[in-house]
Ligand binder design. Structure first.
Ligand code: LMR
Length: 394
């Protein structure tokens, strides 16, 4: 049987992570996988998470199963964090998932169950794993224009023109904030256009929010999601705690289905429970429990928010340093977009050859589409990157 298996395409981001590990040069700079690193290149455990972990060790008395949708307290705190008071809690069905990837996968599964013919409209570009999972599930994908290669901002006119083709029963996948891989984000008036259009067509929005707090702040980054949830009749939201709680390997995510009809809401909850049972039974609990403890304890929550804000500001500082270094070296403002982008990533707009040249000549690792992880830099590697960018002719 096994001889029938075919090699699957390597995930570009994970392959790059491996290539970086194997590079013996000690000047190498990792701007690949979306993991936050401090100035010394370390991915720290956040203070509040560590404190909660210590408390948990003292108070946890059992490792028996939780519910199929995970601990309800986790859903409550996450729904509050992401949706605030945009919708009543009773309108949200939710299930804990293994990370944000698990939430996306379960969301796509739910779409397929509800409408096997649904087309999923995806931004061009989007996180490559969205495409890979949808392809694996044999779901139809339709790309919509998103990124303007000239301005390196959002091509809102192109996006709306392409979304003119959505129909009732289709799904439009959106990034809640800190668009991955471009770093270019919708402003509130653009979100409003999208909401109006979705409501006109009857297409359902699905929002992937994996970087809340990394862009303009915890509340600011949730504005788009809240607008959609408060104004569209049905919404799917896939959330991740990997980045903003720094608990990557714990796999804490949440899938939400928002719908104000109580009968459909109950059916949504039952479907989410069913999907968890089919795919992995009970979702992982440890990371979710830490998040719940941090968000429910005012002191831990305040400390977490402070540390998250430090992380956000450090990335903004690096963006500004890189943009001004590039301005100095190029004698032009053409790299100003780096300071305008938000979140962990920016798409530089370099060709695959230029990306390869930077890897070969300067040991700089960024994804082949020229996505760079700003958090992989520090004050002393910014000038090295800036020089490599100019040298590669970007
Ligand atoms: C990324 O885009 O680098 C992160 O979301 C990590 C991943 O799983 O790809």
């Amino acid at each position: 049987m096994f001889e029938a298996l075919k090699p699957q395409p390597a995930d570009k981001i994970l392959a790059l992570m491996q290539a970086y590990r194997e590079d013996p040069r000690d000047t190498k700079v990792d701007l690949g996988v979306g993991v936050y690193k401090d100035a010394s290149g370390h991915t720290p455990i956040m203070r509040a998470v560590k404190a909660a972990e210590k408390q948990l060790w003292e108070v946890e008395t059992t490792k028996s199963y939780t519910g199929l949708a995970g601990d309800p307290g986790y859903a409550d705190v996450m729904i509050d964090l992401i949706l605030g008071d945009a919708v009543p809690r009773s309108t949200v069905a939710a299930a804990a998932t293994p990370g944000g990837t698990g939430a996306c996968r379960q969301g796509f599964d739910l779409i397929k169950m509800a409408n096997p013919k649904a087309r999923v409209f995806v931004s061009n570009p989007t996180w490559p794993n969205h495409l890979s999972i949808l392809k694996h599930m044999n779901m139809e994908m339709v790309p919509y224009r998103y990124f303007d290669d000239e301005t390196r901002g959002v091509d809102c006119d192109g996006m709306m023109a392409d979304l003119a083709n959505v129909q009732a029963g289709d799904v439009v996948l959106l990034h809640g904030c800190c668009h991955n891989p471009t770093g270019a984000n919708l402003n509130l008036s653009e979100w409003k256009l999208v909401v109006e259009h979705l409501n006109k067509t009857g297409a359902v929005p699905m929002i992937d929010i994996a970087y809340q707090g990394f862009g303009d702040g915890l509340e600011e980054d949730a504005q788009g999601v809240r607008l959609v949830a408060g104004n569209c009749p049905e919404v799917l939201i896939a959330a991740s705690c990997s980045k903003n709680f720094g608990i990557y390997r714990e796999r804490a995510g949440l899938l939400m289905a928002v719908c104000s009809d109580p009968d459909r809401g109950a059916l949504n909850q039952q479907t989410l429970n069913f999907l968890n049972r089919q795919n992995y039974s009970f979702p992982p609990d440890h990371g979710a429990r830490l998040v719940t403890m941090v968000l429910n304890d005012p002191a831990l929550r305040a400390d977490w928010a402070t540390e998250l804000e430090e992380v956000r500001l450090s990335m903004l500082g690096l963006r500004e340093q890189l943009a001004s270094e590039l301005q100095r070296l190029s004698g032009s403002d053409r790299f100003g977009f780096i300071a305008q982008h938000r979140g962990m990533f920016s798409r530089l707009g370099a060709s695959p050859d230029q990306v390869e040249a930077m890897r070969r000549d300067s040991a700089i690792y960024m994804v082949g589409d020229s996505r760079l992880n700003i958090a992989g830099l520090n004050a002393s590697t910014v000038p090295i990157l800036a020089e490599a960018i100019i040298k590669a002719g970007v």
